[in-house]
Write a protein that binds this ligand. Sequence first.
Ligand code: PDD
Length: 279
Amino acid sequence: MPELAYLNGEIRPINETYVPIEDRGYQFGDAVYEFIASYNGKLFCLKEHLDRLQKSMKGLSFPKLDKSFIESAVYELFEKAKMPRAGLYIQISRGVAPRDHAWKKDIKLQIIMTIKKVDELDPKIRTKGIDIITVQDERWSNCDIKTVQILFNSMAKQKAKDQGAFDAIFVSKDGIVREGTSSNFFIVKDKSVITHPLTKNILPGITRMVIMDLARDLGLKPEEKFFSKTDIFSAQEAFLTGTLTEILGIKAIDDVPIGKGKPGEITQKLYKALREKAK
Ligand code: PDD
């Protein structure tokens, strides 16, 4: 089955699907999105992703969209594509209208989705661990809303790649470590698995939440607290979490090795537990 796209109820191959030029998502970044993965023909944490999508829509004062409507649209596309290990992208924009910063009340939401096979990460990267860099967080102050305004994230990721690193993490002006460009960030100290609290400065990652539950199940102590760059360097392990990232162990940050300079035992245990849960 080819890669498919859904546009306001119609499903076609991606390369035959077009969005009007005056979509506000395109002109103003006035759109929200979700990215959901499937394992063995099952969409992982669909409910949690759709709940977050609704929160994002509310955050931008979009009109309410019935959850069962979007859920059946997701299933329609997913079932048609017949891809057991898929990445399903949903984007909802405020709609299409002549360019104007303000919008009219009768504007209609524009719903698009795409589905593609997941390109699995080279397993060697997972065993060796990744290098990441730190970048000052200059994003807007509503990073808890999953909007398509992710240009700064994209630039930070590119900067990392240009420097030969895999990814970047954002650090606030006053030194607080926030999250990755498309992932959440954790450090491990003894049995504590520590991540940034849920504030407006990070995305409430679904994988982040799953990992905290799995950590608890494994007898570890998940903790949400602020920490600085200095705290990272005394951590035994560090990793990123995200829908595609899953759990990715970090070997060095800004060229300084973390722990033993490779993904640690807890990172590996959590990765195994996540894969087991997603099966
Ligand atoms: N990004 N933080 C940011 C800034 C993100 O963009 C993402 C996800 C996450 C992790 O969230 P989750 O565990 O729910 O995937 C954290 C998706 C994958 C993307 O942009 O494609």
